[in-house]
Ligand binder design. Structure first.
Ligand SMILES: [Zn+2]
Length: 121
């Protein structure tokens, strides 16, 4: 009795490598999607940092100017958003982490404490 070659048999799904919880659990639900779309539409889907450097390149990420964990009240405020490309968003995130400490930081430097106080005024 012929059987299907082994290579055509379905495989179980590969385990998820991404250790992060789903986006809706991390606070990126419907309201975030709407905010992100408004910001990117307003910026014509162009990276605003590339534009400032004289290049018109697509931006796919709506970045919070003041990070959400520092000013959760501005999480869905359009004026606290700008469109960035992946490269500039990565640079911005690194800059934010240095300036404010990460969202999960339990120990902050004095300058990070001061930067947080100033952003929360
Ligand atoms: Zn860019």
């Amino acid at each position: 009795m012929p059987t299907a070659p082994r290579r055509f048999q379905s495989r179980p799904p590969a385990p998820r490598i991404d250790a992060r919880p789903p986006s809706n659990i991390r606070g990126y639900g419907h309201q975030h999607a709407l905010w992100s779309e408004r910001v990117r539409d307003r910026d014509c889907h162009l990276c605003q940092d590339c534009k400032a450097e004289g290049r018109l390149l697509p931006g796919t990420i709506a970045d919070h100017i003041v990070p959400r964990h520092i000013r959760p009240d501005l999480a869905y405020t359009d004026s606290n958003g700008r469109t960035l490309c992946a490269r500039h968003h990565s640079l911005k995130t690194a800059s934010d982490t240095k300036r404010y400490g990460s969202a999960s930081a339990t120990v902050l430097t004095l300058s990070q404490q001061q930067a947080r106080r100033e952003a929360q005024r």
